[in-house]
Design a protein around this ligand. Structure first.
Ligand code: NAD
Length: 353
């Protein structure tokens, strides 16, 4: 197995270095893979004049999985759009046809005070949002802004084929099998035909997964339930636009952006794994960034691309132990806990692997 390592910009190199140490510790324990570094984002613009150079394209196409830090920084914000670091992200997702975005939102009991919701509402929270990433109204044609009868009108097209719905539903059913076997599909079938088809196809697909309990919810209700009683959910599957909104809402239930990993998968479980946060230029190079989201992304890589559940659990339980021992990077620090830096957090995780 080959893992491409794209550290990116800002805090990217610091946090990815800690995730690489964790992967290497598991490798010396018997997991077999090679790590190969590459350039993406601003660092690629600096070195090669473009955010997603040909060498990186070849590297990620050949690799079985990609570990990404984050890209971007204020020094790139005035570049033409096609040279911006974020363009590298969009290109890599498109090149690898990563249609399934998986975002867990887990609240560690020790961090319950970081949430803006009451501890009794979020305590024990453990949700996985599965968002379709390459279709829906974000990509549908026709689209545009034009003059009609003397005024401007704007329009987009919400469109899903049954094949697109079926493949994301399968990812979600399989993910539910690795968890508590409950899947909630979110749509707006009372108003939108496109999502009536979504509901029909998800229901048909459920026949192949009789061991997973399927429910359906309208998106407005889902947005409300996520803050009213988020613990009712196990896995949630939804389209690109609803998923964009609900996954951000779900991640903020935990209150700590430095703790949240993500995976984006193709139809053969090749994946891009990255923390949900950005490159945090305000704290780059200071050894204060929280590496746990990136380390937890490595756990997702083991689970979803390599089918190495035991390795994934070892990483996740090391994170739990380190938090229970009171170690915190500054972003999650509270009086009474022990404040440590990025590298020391990596050391603590390694000591518990
Ligand atoms: P950000 O997520 O980088 O930072 C938001 C805030 O959270 C900052 O105060 C930052 O210090 C803090 N933070 C983020 N990650 C942290 C961590 N691991 N540990 C401790 N604190 C952390 O968002 P932003 O400031 O809006 O964007 C900064 C740059 O990142 C921009 O150039 C943006 O385009 C880019 N960005 C990249 C990605 C990506 O690579 N996937 C995603 C979002 C933003």
């Amino acid at each position: 197995m080959k893992i491409a390592i794209l550290a990116g910009d800002g805090i990217g190199p610091e946090i990815v270095a800690q995730a690489v140490r964790v992967l290497e510790a598991l490798r010396s324990d018997g997991l077999k893979f090679e790590l190969e570094p590459g350039l993406l984002g601003g660092c690629a613009v600096d070195a090669a004049g473009e955010p997603f150079p040909e060498a990186t394209r070849r590297l990620v196409t050949d690799a079985d999985a990609v570990m990404l830090g984050a890209v971007g920084g204020p020094q790139y914000d005035t570049l033409p759009r096609e040279q911006r670091p974020e363009q590298g992200l969009l290109s890599i997702r498109k090149t690898l046809n990563l249609f399934a975005n998986l975002r867990p939102a887990v609240l560690y009991p020790e961090l319950a005070n970081a949430s803006t919701l009451k501890p009794e509402v979020v305590m024990g929270l453990d949700i996985l949002i599965v968002r379709e990433l390459t279709g829906d109204i974000y990509f549908g044609e026709p689209r545009g802004i034009e003059q009609r009868r003397g005024q401007r009108v704007g329009y987009n097209t919400m469109i899903y084929s049954e094949a697109e719905i079926r493949r994301i539903a399968r990812v979600a059913f399989k993910a539910a099998r690795k968890r508590n076997r409950r899947l909630c599909s979110v749509d707006k079938m009372n108003v939108l035909e496109c999502t009536q088809l979504w509901r029909d196809v998800v229901t048909e697909t459920a026949k192949d997964y009789p061991d997973v309990e399927l429910s359906h919810m309208l998106v407005d209700n889902a947005a409300m339930q996520l803050v009213r009683n988020p613990r009712q959910f196990d896995v949630v599957v939804t389209g690109n636009m609803f998923g964009d909104i609900l996954s951000d809402e779900a991640s903020m239930l935990t209150g700590s952006i430095g703790m949240l990993p993500s995976a984006s998968l193709d139809d053969r479980n090749k994946g891009l794994y990255e923390p949900i946060h950005g490159s945090a230029p305000d704290i780059a190079g200071k050894d204060v960034a929280n590496p746990l989201a990136t380390i937890l992304s490595a756990a997702m890589m083991l689970r979803y691309t390599f089918d190495e559940e035991a390795g994934a659990c070892r990483i996740e339980s090391a994170v739990k132990k380190v938090l229970a021992s009171g170690y915190r990077t500054p972003d999650i620090y509270e009086p009474g806990t022990k404040k440590i830096g990025t590298v020391a957090m990596g050391d603590a995780i390694l000591a518990n692997i």
